[in-house]
Design a protein around this ligand. Structure first.
Ligand SMILES: Nc1ncnc2c1ncn2[C@@H]1O[C@H](COP(=O)(O)OP(=O)(O)OP(=O)(O)O)[C@@H](O)[C@H]1O
Ligand SMILES: [Mg+2]
Length: 302
């Protein structure tokens, strides 16, 4: 700092004791995401009823529940795919309830989809680059005129996309159309695409669906690694209890849009309402039943 050539700090942004404390308070106390009494109907169907959730920075929270319980609806509401009619969503203390998808994404929320949504004919590299759309730092005029700013930003995003492909062990597919990739690899491309927008919160919708046991193990390891490397907070929708137990500190269980239980994964497995939701009666085979439920999702292609 003492060197004469060192850039002078802008006093407006210089760290002060107060904003350092604010940041600390934010990290330790304030939830990164705060959802209050979120409800959603499709015609007469209550897909979600008064759902509330607090997620702190750095947490990995699970959402589970039988098919049609309302899990994906929550992601669609958080990301602005569905309009919120009832309830409040706050992110980093800011009310984002009625924001459009693009603005939500540029604020730092990214997701993957239950049904893989890649542009099948585009190359893997281009699919990942498209995820950067939310963060582009140039204007429409820049893009039309292909200004230096535009080209610099494009180049930066291409390099980031290549680095992400390398991180996800996908470099060899960079030029190939996405449709040529095996299923597990397509899921990893989706994760890379989500990360290029530099999110703070990552929403993963059944990332292990359709994977075999060794692919699932590999995925668990990958999720834990990227969580640390990219300082992510993660909400994970998952049917497989093995995945949930290995990853999540806290789990919420939904059934017919209602929250029926929440707690650490091992505890909620014994919860009578959870047993009843999965088995229709009290029983002990929650793990197998949850996994069967997941394979039903895959078969019907939801
Ligand atoms: N776009 C839509 N239009 C009409 N009904 C919908 C729509 N999306 C979801 N639903 C209904 O809302 C309910 C909740 O669906 P959602 O997709 O959130 O369930 P889910 O918990 O993700 O289930 P799954 O485990 O099968 O993915 C279901 O009854 C579903 O049929
Ligand atoms: Mg779903």
């Amino acid at each position: 700092m003492g060197s004469p050539s060192a850039p002078r700090a802008n006093p407006r942004f210089a760290p002060t004791k107060n904003n350092f404390e604010n940041e600390l308070v934010f990290k330790v106390i304030m939830p990164l995401l705060e959802i209050t009494n979120l409800s959603h109907n499709f015609g007469g169907l209550c897909a979600l009823t008064k759902f509330s959730l607090e997620v702190k920075a750095g947490e990995l929270v699970g959402l589970i529940g039988p098919n049609g319980a309302g899990k994906t609806t929550i992601f669609n509401l958080i990301t602005g795919v569905f309009k919120v009619h009832e309830g409040v969503i706050k992110f980093q203390g800011q009310d984002i309830t009625h924001w459009r998808s693009h603005r939500i994404s540029s604020r730092g929320i990214a997701r993957t989809f239950q049904n893989i949504r890649l542009f099948k004919e585009l190359s893997v590299l281009d699919n990942v680059r498209l995820g950067a759309y939310a963060r582009h730092a140039y204007s429409l005029l820049d893009a039309v005129g292909r200004s230096r700013n535009f080209r610099r930003e494009e180049e930066r995003q291409r390099q980031r996309a290549e680095a992400l492909l390398a991180r996800f062990n996908l470099s060899r597919y960079a030029g190939a159309p996405a449709r040529n990739l095996p299923y597990g690899e397509q899921r990893r491309v989706e994760m890379a695409r989500a990360l290029i927008s530099e999110p703070r919160l990552l929403l993963l919708d059944e990332p292990a669906a359709g994977m075999n046991q060794s692919e699932t193990q590999e995925l668990i390891r990958l999720i834990l690694e990227i969580k640390e490397e990219f300082s992510l907070t993660i909400i994970l929708i998952e049917h497989q209890m093995r995945v949930v137990q290995n990853l999540c500190q806290w789990v919420k269980v939904l059934d017919f849009g209602e929250t029926i239980a929440s707690g650490p994964p091992r505890e909620i497995q014994q919860h009578p309402k959870v047993l009843a939701a999965y088995l229709g009666q009290d029983g002990a085979l929650v793990e197998e039943e949850m996994e069967n439920s997941a394979s039903r999702s895959v078969i019907v292609g939801q």
